[in-house]
Design a protein around this ligand. Structure first.
Ligand code: ADP
Length: 466
């Protein structure tokens, strides 16, 4: 039937538009490495901001004491307490309390947002027994938005991402905003470190495994950081650190390249977003957006055919399909795709659609997630290439690739999309193998650090406490 054909056309176009053959992924790898160079060469030299973090030493393991961390991600807010006993082997204890960020706070005022954060910390501290009361309290603030750091403990917000838009915050010192709120609430805690979440993840990853060179987060948003040599940070002449290195926060969510496979759905999503032309890589990869790309495809199919019954107005509601539910549909292994039917009904009020239509929905989820995971893999290899850990660098004097000793290379990774979405994770690993080749890929280890960004931030608060 004609209608059915139209749906198949939409699907075919989507598949073509989302093409991530390995040749194309390699172009993305190269583009990532080139943009990294450009972002390090001059301020504004690339869409990659390549931000200095002033973290020049990762925690050594000798840190002692009790430290706190506040974590403001995209969806959740966490308060942590970590006890360190000076031995790398064990973080003797840590407690976490997490809660969703009330959506109205994402677009309110900075005072309201930080008062909420401060109150949560106050309650958390109030629950402590007297026994665990440290002499003085030092805290690390994990803030997962782009910040121009002035020092390890101060930095100004460059812009919001992930749906946040508090106008009176951009350009202000984030750590000072928090410190002021703590003072307002009468909480005697010092903000010792202001840390991007990826940097926290790298800190914990490196603490546990000294071969860790980079950290990636793929949750509501996506970002990466890595250890760079000071002399490669050309835009900051005269920068000196004892270690000769510094962690660079890439803000890779804003990466862009003409090699990225882009569809009309991406273009529309971007145009209708509060931050058009921004965060292009993130909008193809992260949990905030994948569900909405799928919604847009289903809407198109529904407009073009009667396969999904009468056109449901719910299909036009932005972000109504959250990525975790999209993952449930994608991973539905029941023979009649019961979960797909249930979610289409619950979310979109689409009832009784035939099995072949449900199968198409699963296929759409697959195409969107596979592209996201493979692009993330290409980004990771881009970093490895920049630091000479992709097995290709420095071949001279006729030595072949296989003669080169590839160092064990660990990448810390966290975020709900990677840790909770098995097919995403599988596609990412598969693409790493394809791009690097199995011989090289076996030296590259992705290690999940749960709550790593928070614990790592507490570690940084410890190593940079006064
Ligand atoms: P945040 O990035 O908000 O700090 P997380 O790293 O925990 O927090 O990521 C949460 C995000 O991960 C959610 O917004 C969602 O998009 C995605 N996510 C969580 N669980 C799943 C899941 N089971 N399947 C797919 N995506 C998920």
């Amino acid at each position: 039937r004609k209608k059915w054909k139209k749906v198949m056309n939409v699907l075919r176009e989507l598949e073509e538009g989302c093409d991530t053959r390995v040749e194309r992924l390699k172009q993305v790898v190269d583009a990532m490495a080139v943009e990294m160079h450009a972002g390090l060469a001059s301020e504004g030299g690339s869409k990659l901001k390549m931000l200095l973090t002033f973290v020049d030493n990762l925690p050594s393991g000798t840190e002692r004491g009790t430290y706190y961390a506040l974590h403001l991600g995209g969806t959740n807010f966490r308060v942590l307490r970590v006890h360190l006993d000076g031995q790398r082997s064990s973080i003797s204890e840590h407690e976490v309390e997490r809660q969703p960020i009330p959506p109205h706070l994402m677009t309110s005022t900075s005072e309201e947002l930080f008062d909420f954060i401060a109150s949560s910390l106050k309650e958390f501290i109030a629950k402590e027994g007297d026994g665990s009361k440290p002499d003085r309290r030092e805290l690390g603030f994990t803030f997962s938005f782009p910040v121009k750091q002035m020092s390890v403990s101060s930095g100004i917000l460059i812009k919001w991402t992930k749906g946040f838009s508090i106008v009176n915050m951009v350009g202000r010192d984030v750590a000072a905003c928090l410190q002021d709120a703590l003072t307002r609430k009468g909480i005697d805690v010092r903000v010792a470190a202001l840390v991007n979440d990826t940097v926290g993840t790298l800190a914990l990853g490196h603490y546990r495994d000294a071969d860790t060179v980079a950290a990636i987060i793929i949750g509501t948003g996506t970002n990466a950081c890595y250890l760079e040599r000071i002399d490669s940070i050309i835009k900051c002449q005269g920068l000196l650190t004892a270690s000769g290195r510094m962690v660079v926060n890439m803000e890779w969510g804003n990466f862009w390249s003409s090699h990225l496979p882009r569809t009309v759905y991406d273009i529309d999503l971007d145009a209708e977003s509060p931050n058009p032309n921004d965060q292009g890589f993130e909008k193809m990869i992260s949990g905030m957006y994948l569900g909405d790309i799928v919604r847009r495809v289903i809407l198109r199919m529904s407009l073009d055919s009667d396969l999904f019954g009468p056109i449901s107005p719910k299909l036009s509601v932005p972000f109504i399909l959250r990525t975790p539910l999209m993952a449930v549909m994608h991973e539905d292994d029941s023979p009649d795709l019961r979960e797909v039917a249930r979610i289409l009904k619950d979310i979109f009020e689409i009832q009784d659609i035939p099995l072949k239509a449900r199968k198409i929905v699963v296929k759409v989820c697959d195409v969107v997630t596979r592209r996201a995971a493979r692009l993330a893999a290409a980004g990771i290899v881009g970093i490895l290439k920049k630091i000479g850990r992709d097995g290709s660098g420095g071949i001279t004097g006729g030595r072949s690739r296989s003669d080169m000793k590839m160092k064990r290379t660990v990448v810390a990774i966290e975020g709900g999309l990677y840790s909770s979405y098995a097919l995403f994770r599988e596609y990412l690993h598969e693409a790493l193998g394809e791009i690097l080749g199995e011989d090289i890929a076996k030296h590259v280890i992705l290690k999940v650090t749960e709550d790593g960004s928070g614990i790592g931030t507490a570690l940084l608060a410890a190593s940079y406490s006064s």
